[in-house]
Design a protein around this ligand. Structure first.
Ligand code: DGL
Length: 289
């Protein structure tokens, strides 16, 4: 494995760009190989079996694309597929975002109740509660499913009254339960930070697991002697299973700088299946083609 190989990162859509941003802030000489599986977004409303199959297929795609490490920048994938992926692809490090988020939350909560905003699938997996209680057995965790958030972000509606309404609805139960630490348990949610901060007020600590994930990635690459040279010019590549132009426009607006070229991929699933899913996208998913 070459040290100038890229770090593979994936998500169901643009959400994982919040992780890419943190990773490249921490490791500016690394190259990122990103895949947003927009044909299947939202992951959080699908079954665990489906997401496991997608996450393993995409991990394989990134490794075959030369990744020296894979980051599941997706809580739903981290919840249901990380263990299997680590077993199936033992030659490179593979990490998720949940353990990092849980550690960061425990660090700031000082024994207080921890709130978790996440997709329906991540909430149902119980992954945050399991990891938090395995690290600190008496911690109190309140989870809140936020089924409207991912569609709001993927539809470029973060700065709308609809986003503000959804945020107020979902944070209210956590505030009523006394949470002063709230974890953003989906990588799309940092794009709603303005609305979330307005709704929770200044006294609540909001945890974005991406920050701790970037530190973990840096430590793993450092320990393995796999950090790219400090003189290296990074070369990023970005793929979507949806529309490259839509991904580039939306992603660029969300991260505040041009995305460069985005390419289309099927990451190995059958072309006929993609064609069928594109035709039925209106009924099965919400993304703009
Ligand atoms: N951003 C992903 C996560 O962190 C997936 C969200 C979705 O597609 O529902 O779970």
């Amino acid at each position: 494995m070459k040290i100038n190989a890229p770090v593979g990162i994936f998500d169901s859509g643009v959400g994982g760009l919040t992780v890419v941003k943190r990773v490249l802030e921490k490791l500016p000489n690394e190259s990122a190989l990103y895949l947003g599986d927009q044909i299947h977004v939202p992951y959080g409303e699908r079954t665990a079996d489906e997401i496991r199959a997608f996450a393993l297929g995409i991990t394989d795609f990134l490794i075959r694309g030369g990744a020296k490490m894979v980051i599941m920048a997706c809580n739903m994938s981290s919840a249901v597929a990380l263990e299997t992926a680590v077993e199936r692809f033992p030659r490179i490090p593979i990490i998720g975002v949940i353990e990092a988020g849980a550690r960061a939350a425990l660090h700031t909560a000082h024994g207080g109740t921890i709130g978790v905003l996440a997709t329906t699938g991540t909430v149902n997996s119980g992954a945050y509660t399991n990891i938090l209680t395995s690290l600190t057995p008496d911690v109190r965790v309140i989870q809140q499913a936020c089924p409207r958030f991912v569609t709001i972000v993927e539809s470029d509606m973060c700065d709308t009254a609809e986003a503000d309404d959804a945020v107020r609805e979902y944070v209210e139960p956590l505030l009523s339960a006394g949470c002063r630490t709230i974890v953003l348990g989906c990588t799309h949610y940092p794009f709603l930070m303005r609305a979330i901060r307005a709704a929770v007020g200044p006294d609540v600590t909001i945890i974005d697991p991406a920050e701790e994930t970037a530190i973990e990635a840096a430590n793993i690459l450092f320990d393995a002697g796999m950090l790219n040279s400090p003189h290296a010019e990074p070369a990023h590549a970005c793929f979507t299973t949806g529309s490259p132009s839509q991904f580039a426009d939306l992603g660029g607006r969300l991260i505040g700088r041009p995305m460069g070229e985005v390419q289309k991929t099927t990451w190995g699933i059958e072309l006929q299946e993609i064609a069928w899913q594109e035709k039925t996208a209106g009924q099965t998913t919400r993304f703009a083609l």
